[in-house]
Design a binder for this molecule. Structure first.
Ligand SMILES: NC(=O)c1ccc[n+]([C@@H]2O[C@H](COP(=O)([O-])OP(=O)(O)OC[C@H]3O[C@@H](n4cnc5c(N)ncnc54)[C@H](O)[C@@H]3O)[C@@H](O)[C@H]2O)c1
Length: 310
């Protein structure tokens, strides 16, 4: 039974990944300092995992977390463009130094593979769509720079030390447990809360900006495939659903699913945000046999249902 370390395993994506790994028979250890999450996210799995409360910025802690581990899923980060614009130094520390610590400790512990949570933010605002992994990156925020630096460190560790690494560039992930309460929250988490409360949807800009929204279950599927696939050298792979949806379309879908007609409330654009985003998934299909099962509409239905019950 392979032993997996999930850094940031108490987070939104990490906690779903923990469930997916347990269901597939992995033994799981989580390293998290609850900077952007709570223990509640692990309520259903706490009895079946090892939980290590600690900071990825502390190399000794990361070395301890790495003992006996076969595969690492590095999800820990401060995952917000806006937060990184407000505090670039903090973002740099967690997202770059934290990642370097994880790679160093994984190398030293002889881990078989590190799967790194990269981000579509690396592509920036380039007009070419869909985004293909071979495009030149154009990071626009400290967050995007940090995520890109993590990828490059991962690739360098493969080339320099023979550590097997895969970077998965996630495009806007959504689903149950995404925190809607902070000012940095994902847009779908916020909109679902509006739909449940019956209030208008606050939109940064005109709502015509688009994203390749991906339901979290698809991302879990991609991570497990990335850990188990036969791969030569470092791989950089887009992970999304493969369709572009505008915020106005998300609002229309949420209104339709919840049987309401709540209006949007348009405000100013947000600093550092990109206008459009859409993934080319050719490489994910080729290397990981990636086949996302849950489309945006079904993902929204499940997510809204979760927020309703909460
Ligand atoms: N959600 C998305 O749409 C999206 C898109 C692209 C990439 N990502 C990446 O996916 C990963 C997971 O994101 P998420 O949306 O689940 O966010 P999240 O905030 O829910 O999860 C991040 C987790 O990392 C933990 N963490 C933060 N700083 C830490 C530290 N110093 N030491 C240990 N743990 C720490 C947090 O407490 C949290 O549990 C991140 O690396 C993020 O950059 C997310």
């Amino acid at each position: 039974m392979p032993f997996a370390l999930v850094t940031g395993g108490a987070g939104f994506i990490g906690s779903h990944l923990v469930e997916g790994l347990l269901a597939r028979g992995y033994k799981v250890r989580v390293l998290d300092n609850f900077a952007t999450s709570t223990r509640e996210n692990l309520a259903g799995t706490l009895q079946q995992i090892e939980l290590l409360e600690g900071d990825v910025c502390n190399l000794t802690t990361v070395h301890t977390a790495m003992r006996g581990i076969d595969v690492v899923f590095h999800e820990a980060a401060l995952p917000s463009v806006a937060r990184s614009v407000a505090n670039p130094l903090e973002s740099n520390e967690v997202n770059i130094t934290g990642t370097l610590n994880v790679l160093l400790a994984a190398r030293d512990a002889g881990v078989k593979r590190v799967v790194y949570a990269a981000s579509s933010a690396a592509y920036g605002n380039q007009p070419t769509l869909p985004k293909v992994e071979t495009m030149t990156p154009d990071p626009l925020s400290p967050y995007a720079i940090g995520k890109l630096a993590g990828e490059m460190y991962a690739r360098a560790f493969t080339q320099l030390y023979g550590l097997s690494t895969v970077a998965l560039r996630y495009f806007n992930v959504f689903g149950p447990r995404q925190d809607p309460t902070t000012q940095y929250a994902g847009v779908i988490a916020k909109f679902c809360t509006c739909a449940v409360q019956g209030v208008s949807y606050p939109v940064n800009g005109d709502g015509e900006q688009s994203r390749d929204f991906s339901y979290v279950e698809n991302v879990v599927q991609a991570n497990i495939a990335a850990a188990e696939a036969q791969l030569d050298g470092h791989a950089l792979i887009n992970i999304a659903y493969g369709e572009r949806t505008t915020l106005n379309q998300i609002i229309a879908l949420l209104n339709e699913i919840s049987g309401q007609n709540l209006p949007a409330q348009y405000g100013p654009d947000r600093a550092g945000d990109v206008r459009h985003s859409h993934a080319d998934l050719t490489r994910a299909r080729q290397l990981l046999s990636y086949d996302p099962k849950v489309d945006v509409r079904e993902g929204l239905r499940r997510t809204l249902e979760w927020y309703r019950q909460k």
